[in-house]
Design a protein around this ligand. Structure first.
Ligand code: NAG
Ligand code: NAG
Length: 491
C-alpha cells in the first residue's frame, strides 16, 4: 500500500484525483483495522475477567520475577531419601535377595509395601521394614496396580522428617545408591520433580507412554511433588482404573498436576529379552542408578552360577568406585603392528577387537537382546550394532573376575577381567586374530571417580592399553582423565 502510494506521489504524471482516492481508501482501511482491534481487545479482556472469577483470591499467577532456586546448601545424602518398594507377601521371600543387595539397615529410610501380613514368622532385619498397604479393592480388576501407585502417597503419610525424595522401586529392582544420591543431588528438591526413564523397547513406550517413568527401573518424586500427589491420588486413580500398570497411573496423575518426566539415563527398566550384555557394556555417559528384570535376562556374568551371584559380583566392584560403574573408556594398541581396539565397561566387561573400531561405534550397544513384549529385533530407544561383524568376526569378551584395591593409594582400583570361554578361538578371517586370541586377561587400573563429577558436564575418560612385554597373555589398561584437547582417534 505504502509503496504504491509513494510511487504515485513521485511519478511524474500523477493524477490529482487518483491520489486523493488512494488517500481516502488508505484512511478507511486504517480506521476499519483500528475499530476491529479495539473491539477485539475489549472482548478479550472481558473474556479474561469472565473466565477467571477467583483470580483475585490468589497471588499474581504471572509474577514479574520468578524467585531463584531455594535449594538447601547442604548436599543431598542417603538420609534424605525414603524408599517405597512394591511387593507381595507371597513372593517376597523369593525376591528379597535383590533388595538385600542394596538395602543398608540403619542407614536408609523406607518400607516394603505388602498386600497382606507376611505369613512367615520374623521379618529379616536385612530387608527394609514392611508395611501393609491400605485396602484398594475398590479399584476393580487391577486393584494391585492402584495399590502400588498409592505407595508414594502412603510413604508421604508416614510423615518422616527431613525427607527430600521418595524413590519407588519393585521387589526385583537393584539400586546403586551412591549414584542415585549423586543424580538426585543435581536437582532442587524444593521444586516438583518426577525423575526416571522410559522403557528400552519402543513397543513398550508406544503402549505405556514415553512420558512414563517405568516403575521397575525405579523413579524419584521430590517432596513437594509427593505432597501434591498425595492430596489428589485417590480421586485420580478412580479416573485411570483401566490403565495397565501402576507406573502409568502415577504418570497420569502427575500429568494432571502438570509435572512432566525428567529423564535420567541411569535408571534401567531392562525391558529386554535374552542377554542384556550389549546394553550394559555400552552404558551412556551417566551414572548407573538401577537395574531390573534380572530374572528375565541371562546371567550378566556368565561364569557365575546364578543371576544373584552375578549381580553381587557387579555390586562388589561397584562399591570400590560407584561413580565409575559400567563407564566406558576406549583405547587403541598398535604394539607389534597390532590394530587392537579396547572397550572397557568398568567393573563389568572388556571387549578386545583385533581390528580398528572408532569410538562412535564402540559406544553403540552390541545387539545381544530382543524387545520385551514381542521378542523382536527392535526397535529400541537407542541404536544397536550386530554382534558379528563382517568376516565372521566378533569381539573377544572378558568378564570381571577380581577386584583388588591398592593398599598404598586407596584412591586407585585394580579390576581384572578374564576371557569368556565361549569366545575363545572362534574362527575369524581378519588379520591379527591369532595374536589377539592369545590374550587371556585384562587388568584395568583406574583412579576412583568423584561422584560429584556427575554434576558437571559428562565426558568419557581416556585410557592407554599395553600388552605385557614378558607375557603376551595380559593387557594392562590405565584409565585417566583426558588431557585438555585430547582426542581418542582410531589409528
Ligand atoms: C545428611 O545431611 C544432613 C543435613 O540435611 C545431615 O544432618 C546428616 O548428618 C547427613 N547424613 C549423612 C549420612 O551424611
Ligand atoms: C594394521 O593396519 C595396518 C594399516 O591399516 C595394516 O597395514 C596392517 O597389516 C594391520 N596389522 C594387522 C596385524 O592386522
Amino acid at each position: 500500500m505504502f509503496l504504491s502510494l509513494k510511487s504515485m506521489v513521485f511519478s511524474a504524471d500523477y493524477n490529482r484525483d487518483t491520489l486523493w482516492r488512494s488517500i481516502k481508501a488508505t484512511i478507511s482501511i486504517v480506521l476499519i483495522f483500528s475499530v476491529v482491534f479495539i473491539s477485539y481487545s475489549a472482548v478479550s479482556s472481558s473474556h479474561y475477567q469472565w473466565s477467571c472469577p477467583h483470580c483475585d483470591q490468589y497471588p499474581d499467577p504471572f509474577p514479574a520475577a520468578i524467585p531463584g532456586p531455594t535449594a538447601s546448601p547442604e548436599p543431598t545424602n542417603i538420609s534424605h531419601i525414603v524408599f517405597g518398594i512394591g511387593a507381595s507377601s507371597h513372593t517376597w521371600h523369593q525376591r528379597r535377595g535383590y533388595s538385600e543387595l542394596w538395602w543398608r539397615p540403619g542407614e536408609m529410610k523406607g518400607h516394603v509395601w505388602l498386600d497382606e501380613e507376611p505369613k512367615r514368622g520374623s521379618w529379616p532385619d536385612t530387608c527394609p521394614p514392611y508395611r501393609v498397604s491400605a485396602d484398594t479393592s475398590r479399584y476393580g480388576a487391577r486393584a494391585s496396580a492402584s495399590r502400588i501407585a498409592r505407595i508414594v502417597a502412603e510413604s508421604f503419610a508416614v510423615g518422616m522428617e527431613n525427607v527430600r525424595w521418595f524413590v519407588m522401586g519393585d521387589d526385583d529392582t537393584v539400586f546403586f545408591i551412591e549414584n542415585l544420591v549423586a543424580v538426585l543431588g543435581k536437582y532442587d528438591h524444593d521444586q516438583m520433580w518426577y525423575i526416571g526413564a522410559p522403557s528400552e523397547s519402543v513397543e513398550q513406550n508406544l503402549q505405556h507412554s514415553y512420558g512414563t517413568a517405568f516403575g521397575g527401573g525405579g523413579f524419584a518424586i521430590s517432596y513437594p511433588a509427593a505432597a501434591e500427589l498425595a492430596k489428589v491420588i485417590d480421586g485420580c486413580l478412580d479416573r485411570y482404573i483401566h490403565f495397565y500398570g501402576s507406573d502409568e497411573r502415577i504418570r497420569a496423575c502427575l500429568s494432571e498436576l502438570g509435572v512432566p518426566l525428567t529423564r535420567e539415563p541411569g535408571f534401567h527398566q531392562v525391558d529386554l529379552r535374552g542377554d542384556a550384555y550389549g546394553m550394559l557394556a555400552a552404558h551412556p555417559i551417566a551414572p548407573l542408578v538401577s537395574l531390573h528384570h534380572l530374572d528375565d535376562v541371562h546371567r550378566v556374568i556368565p561364569s557365575r552360577s546364578t543371576q544373584m551371584d552375578a549381580i553381587r559380583t557387579l555390586m562388589d566392584a561397584s562399591r570400590q568406585d560407584p561413580a565409575r560403574t559400567l563407564q566406558q573408556t576406549f583405547c587403541y594398541n598398535r604394539e607389534q603392528g597390532h590394530n587392537w581396539s579396547v572397550s572397557v565397561s568398568w567393573g563389568y566387561t572388556v571387549q578386545l577387537y583385533h581390528w580398528v573400531v572408532p569410538p562412535h561405534d564402540l559406544e553403540v550397544p552390541l545387539q545381544t537382546f530382543r524387545t520385551w513384549r514381542s521378542s523382536q529385533n527392535g526397535p529400541f530407544v537407542f541404536n544397536t550394532r550386530p554382534f558379528t561383524v563382517s568376516h565372521n568376526c566378533e569381539p573377544m569378551l572378558f568378564f570381571l573376575d577380581r577386584v583388588s584395591e591398592r593398599r598404598k593409594a586407596q584412591q586407585v582400583s585394580v579390576t581384572e577381567y578374564t576371557r569368556h570361554e565361549s569366545s575363545i578361538d572362534k574362527g575369524c578371517d581378519r588379520a591379527g586374530f591369532a595374536s589377539a586370541s592369545q590374550v587371556r586377561s585384562i587388568r584395568v587400573v583406574a583412579p576412583k571417580m568423584d561422584p560429584y563429577e556427575w554434576q558437571k558436564a559428562p565426558r568419557r575418560h581416556c585410557c592407554e592399553a599395553r600388552s605385557k612385554v614378558s607375557n603376551e597373555k595380559i593387557i594392562d589398561v590405565w584409565i585417566r582423565h583426558c588431557y585438555p584437547g585430547e582426542i581418542t582417534s582410531p589409528p
